[in-house]
Design a protein around this ligand. Structure first.
Ligand code: GDP
Ligand code: MG
Length: 404
């Protein structure tokens, strides 16, 4: 199952532009059926250097693509309408949007680094808005949403705890629909120093602290400081944002530029690999002067100063750094690196760090009976079922039954 990421933030920060640029490769866009102003779902990509070069083979990708040495892994992106103050209490269809946002693994939170929106998300003069308080406003809405689901179920949680259910279990129950697990709640209780306090004695400030920790732990987030090319001194702005939000991973970005580059690539005007630090103009004769200027601007002011447009970096850091995903290549023929049909390195599976050979077996074949061990293709050694898989491992499972 593909990982899911929600794109959140105030209105006009560039969420839809991010989504459009990130999903352009596949163009698969569908809508959630249950609201009028709907969250939009599409397929974006995480990218990782493919192992086919290391083994000097041609691959036949099935569940992903291989473009110029990069494995392109599908992930699901959700574009949400802007959140407004009071969304947690239902303002501006807040209930629908927040519940859709919660049914995902992680967030990309976009802020307008150029300060060209006001605090209600209306377009304003550059430099007049405040991306730091915009960030905090949205975070407050998220925390309040978790708090609402804790406090709103106080009696029920309390009753369950007093009937002998573990505190972490009872608190997790009303949060299941928000993809919160007992592991998240236990960690949050520890971090909020509430592990030894009885839930009945939680003050409102305790519950809010817990809500804030659950938010951070259960939805890893990267912040995208967008419209960076509009800023005259981007280094200063980035420094200010980072100083004010020390616990947050912030990536400078120009979603508009990525959109332009991918469009130009799609039309064959340029050669550009998503997330790359440069591009090559192929059809100069077909470009207007204005288009050439736009590309030159991107080369100089976006790629030249920030290395990338930030989009691919945001998705990749979320998947590989914050969700701690490792890339695993399962094959059935370790000599040929192929599956039963002879396709070389067909699939790549994202497995959370800490996953074992046994977890991989379950992921690939839910009906698997006895996996005996795995063979590590790179080093030619046997890996026991409890072996912790590492990034870029290529493994061949050896099973007891011949059911597959
Ligand atoms: N200069 C600049 N404008 C951008 C960028 N990304 C988005 N915009 C503009 O900001 C406005 C809002 O963008 P949109 O993606 O609809 O924002 P959303 O409301 O957050 O979905 C549009 O006019 C975009 O063209 C960017 O990287 N740079
Ligand atoms: Mg939008």
């Amino acid at each position: 199952m593909a990982l899911k990421i929600s794109i959140i933030g105030k209105t006009n920060t560039g969420k839809t532009t991010f989504f459009n640029a990130a999903t352009m490769e596949t163009g698969e866009i569908s809508t959630y059926p249950f609201t009028t102003k709907q969250p939009v779902v599409g397929t974006g990509n995480a990218t990782t250097p493919c192992v086919h070069m290391e083994f000097n083979v041609m691959d036949n990708p099935v569940n992903s693509k291989c473009i110029d040495g990069w494995r392109v892994i599908p992930i699901e992106l959700i574009d949400l309408p802007g959140l407004i103050k009071g969304a947690w209490s239902g303002r501006g269809l807040g209930n629908q949007f927040l519940s859709a946002a919660m049914k995902t693994d992680a967030f990309i939170h976009i802020i307008d680094a150029s300060g060209s929106i006001d605090d209600e998300g209306r377009i304003a003069e550059i430099g007049t808005g405040n991306p730091i308080s915009d960030y905090k406003d949205i975070e407050e809405e998220l925390t309040m949403w978790y708090l609402k689901h804790i406090e709103g179920n106080r009696e029920e949680i309390s009753k369950r705890i007093n009937s002998g259910i573990e505190q972490k279990v009872a608190i997790t129950e009303p949060l299941h629909a928000m993809w919160v697990s007992e592991r998240h709640v236990l960690k949050a209780l520890k971090e909020a120093n509430l592990e030894d306090k009885h839930f009945d004695n939680f003050l409102m400030e305790d519950s809010k602290k817990l809500a804030s920790h659950i938010r951070k732990i259960s939805k890893p987030t990267v912040v995208v400081a967008n419209k960076i090319e509009l800023v005259s001194d981007p280094e200063k702005i980035m420094k200010r944002i980072q100083e004010n939000l020390p616990d947050v991973f912030v990536i400078p970005s120009s979603t508009d530029s990525e959109f332009t580059l991918r469009k130009a690539e799609q039309k064959g005007y340029i050669k550009y690999i998503m997330g790359a630090e440069n591009f090559e103009v192929l059809r100069k004769d077909q470009l207007t002067e204005k288009q050439m200027k736009a590309l030159d601007f991107i080369r100089k002011r976006v790629l030249g100063e920030h290395f990338t447009t930030g989009i691919q970096r945001a998705v990749n850091s979320l998947i590989f750094k914050f969700l701690e995903m490792n890339v695993i290549y399962p094959v059935s023929n370790p000599e040929k690196l192929s599956d039963r049909k002879g396709r070389v390195l067909p699939d790549l599976i994202l497995m959370r760090n800490g996953s074992t050979v046994e977890d991989l077996a379950k992921e690939i074949h839910s009906n698997i009976k006895g996996v005996l061990y795995a063979k590590d293709v790179r080093y030619g050694v046997r890996l026991p079922v409890y072996y912790l898989l590492r990034d870029r491992d290529i493994v061949s499972l050896v099973v007891a039954n011949t059911a597959f």
